[in-house]
Design a protein around this ligand. Sequence first.
Ligand code: IMP
Ligand code: MG
Length: 181
Amino acid sequence: MADLMDYSDRVLLNEEEIKEMVARLGAQITRDYEGKKLFLICVLKGGFVFMADLVRAINLPLEVDFIAVSSYGSSTKSSGVVRLLKDIDKPLNDKHVLIVEDIMDSGLTLKYIKSMFENRSPLSVKICTAFDKPERRKVDITPDYVGAVIPDEYVVGYGLDYDGILRNLPELCVLKREIYE
Ligand code: IMP
Ligand code: MG
């Protein structure tokens, strides 16, 4: 029988470790945004699993919305050319925006998204990423909240895909090289 773990070279973070990571971020965000109008904006599709866990770890009234972007490029590398496929529904003027993303790699996608929101004059714009590969950064952008720093390897699971699949793997795994080489 086929098994999702057949795609995995090894587990980088198991379910328990991810749970602790989300709880820590949720507690930190709860402290930092107390008394403020918090608006979480998830970057689809990769961010949806993290977003669902993160909102339930934040003990504050908050709003959510979703944007969808596509970056042109191969299936394992982003090109930096970002296209907005779905925008949010409301203006941002009285809100503190927290962008929720699955992973930061070159940083090109988030650089684009962050400045797009900044141009709409919200009270603040910050970034919360589940995973970060700082070694691969091509532009100067630092996430405000990071779940886990990971090595420069292609990872799947917990929302992250390879060629559209594997988002439903509950662990964060390194994709087997033979799958994409
Ligand atoms: P960036 O623009 O290079 O920072 O790329 C960000 C986007 O590329 C993420 O939102 C992911 O969709 C995708 N991405 C980058 N690294 C990985 C990875 O290791 N696995 C799956 N998707 C990735
Ligand atoms: Mg992706």
